[in-house]
Design a protein around this ligand. Sequence first.
Ligand SMILES: C[S@@+](CC[C@H](N)C(=O)[O-])C[C@H]1O[C@@H](n2cnc3c(N)ncnc32)[C@H](O)[C@@H]1O
Length: 514
Amino acid sequence: MTVNDAHPVPPALLSPAGIDQLRDALTTAGFTAAGIAERLGPQAAAAAGRNDLRAALRLTGDRDPLSTLIRLFVCGQTEPEAAVEAALAPLPLAQARAAGLVERWGDGLRQAVDLEPYGSDWWVLSDVPATARPGQPLPADHVLGIGGASTTLAGATVRRPVGTALDLGTGCGVQALHLAGHAGSVTATDLSVRALRFAATTAALNGQEWELLQGDLVSPVAGRRFDLVVSNPPFVVGPGTATHIYRDSGRAGDGVCAELAAAAPGLLAEGGTMQYLANWVHVGGEDWTERVAGWFAGTGLDAWVVQREVADPMAYVSLWLADASEDADPHRAAAWLDWFDAHKVEAVGFGLITLRRSGRTDPVVRVEDLRQQVEQPLGEQVAAWFGRQDWLRDRDAEQLLSTRYRAADGLVLHQEATMGDEGWAVDRQVLTMRDGLRWSEEVDPLVLALVGGCDGSVPLREQLALLALAHEVTEDDLAEAALPIVAHLVERGVVAPTGATAGPAGGVTASARG
Ligand SMILES: C[S@@+](CC[C@H](N)C(=O)[O-])C[C@H]1O[C@@H](n2cnc3c(N)ncnc32)[C@H](O)[C@@H]1O
C-alpha cells in the first residue's frame, strides 16, 4: 500500500446513463429490502440473511427479474444469460459485464460485485463477500460490504442536522449514505481507489452527491474542519503488516486509532463531533483506561470511550485471519501472536470513541466498559450522555443541591443476603437500569436511600438533610460526599433533574417547572 496525496477519484463503475439504467432495472424489479422481504416472506428473508438459502432458492425458481436478481445477488447463484439480461434491462448486459457487475461462470453468469439492498430504498456496492467464495483468500484490495462493524457505527452515530460531514475510510459508502440524510454536504475519503469507485457508484445509484477524495487518513482533508466526522477505520491491531486494506492500517499496534485521536482537534469545527470504531491493546501492567485516555490528553476535546468487547490474543488473531480467509497459514498466526507476546499484549478491546469540540476549558474524558446490551439506537444514548455532561458542567455545587431529581423509570434492585442468627443480612445490592445505557452497579445503603428518595418532590439539599439526620452526620459532610455520587448518577442517567426534557443534543434541560 502506498500513501498518496489527495486527488479526486476515478469515476463510478458505470457511466451516469448506465447508473440510471441500473437504478431503473432494480426499481422496476422491486429489488429493494422491502421488495425482497415481500417476495420471500419474513422467514425465508431472515434465513437468507443467515446464509441459509434453501427457502429463498425454492421461492425464486420462476426466473422473473426479481427472482433472478435475488438468486444472483442474494443467493450468489449462476444464472442463465437470458434471465440476467432481462433482469438488468434497460442496462445492456455488455455494459454490466464491462463494469464488472456480473461475470461469466460455467454456462451462465454470476455476480462479480455485491449489490446489496439496504435500508428502506438504498443499494450498496462492494466486493463479493468471503462467504460467497469459500476457500478463496480475499484479495489485498478487497472492498468490504456492510458488516457488523458498519451497522454498529451507523447505529452509534449521533443523527442530528449538521452542515458538513466526513466519512473517513468510506469503503462501499455505507456511512456516507446515512450522513447524507442529515448533513448539508458529505465528504468521503479512502486510501483505496478501488473502494472509492465503489463508493462513487453507491452514491450515484442512490441519487446522492458526495465529495470523494483519495489519500491516507486525514491527509485528503488537511486544514479542513467538519461538524461531524465518522470512521470505521482499518483498526485491526497487530505488528503493522498490511496485507488487506479494509483491515490493516500499516501502523503497529493500535497506532491508527491513536493517530485519529491526535488528528481530531484539527478536523472538528466548533461544536463538532467525531465518532469512530477502535481497537486498543491491553498491555500487561498498564491500566487500559489510562492508556487510552492518554490519547486525548491535551486535545481539549470531550471524549467518551466505551469498550464493548474484549478478546484474548488467540481469539483475536483467529477471528481476523478467518475474516480474510487466511486461517490456513500457521506462520501468519505465529508471527502475529509473537508480536503480541513481545509487546505484552494480554487482550484487545473493541469499542466506540466519541469526541466533541465543545469549546469549554474543562474537557471531560471518560474511558469505561460498556459491555451490556444498551437501548438502541446507541447514537441517541451518546447524544444524551454529552447533554448530561453539559448540564452537569453548567452547574456549581449550590445549583446541584437546589435541584430536584427523579429516579429513572423501572430501576431494579437485586439483593444478595445471607441468613444468619438475626435473620437476613444483606451482603450486596445492585441497582440496574431497565432503559437507556442499562447500567448495573453495586450501591451502598445510603446511595440506595438517596436514589429511592429521588421522586422529584424536594431539592437534593432537603433529601440530604433527612439522610444526615438518620445517619448522624453533618449536612455539610454528607453534601461533600454525596455531590460526586449524584453527579455520577446523573451522568449515567440513574437519576435526572426533574422537568428534564430532551435538549437539542438529546441531553437534559431542566425546565423552569422543575
Ligand atoms: C473497515 S473498512 C470500513 C468501510 C465502511 N466505511 C464501513 O463502515 O463499512 C475500512 C476502510 O478504510 C480504508 N482504509 C484503509 N487504510 C486507510 C488509510 N490509511 N486511509 C484512509 N482509508 C483507509 C479501507 O480501504 C476501507 O475502505
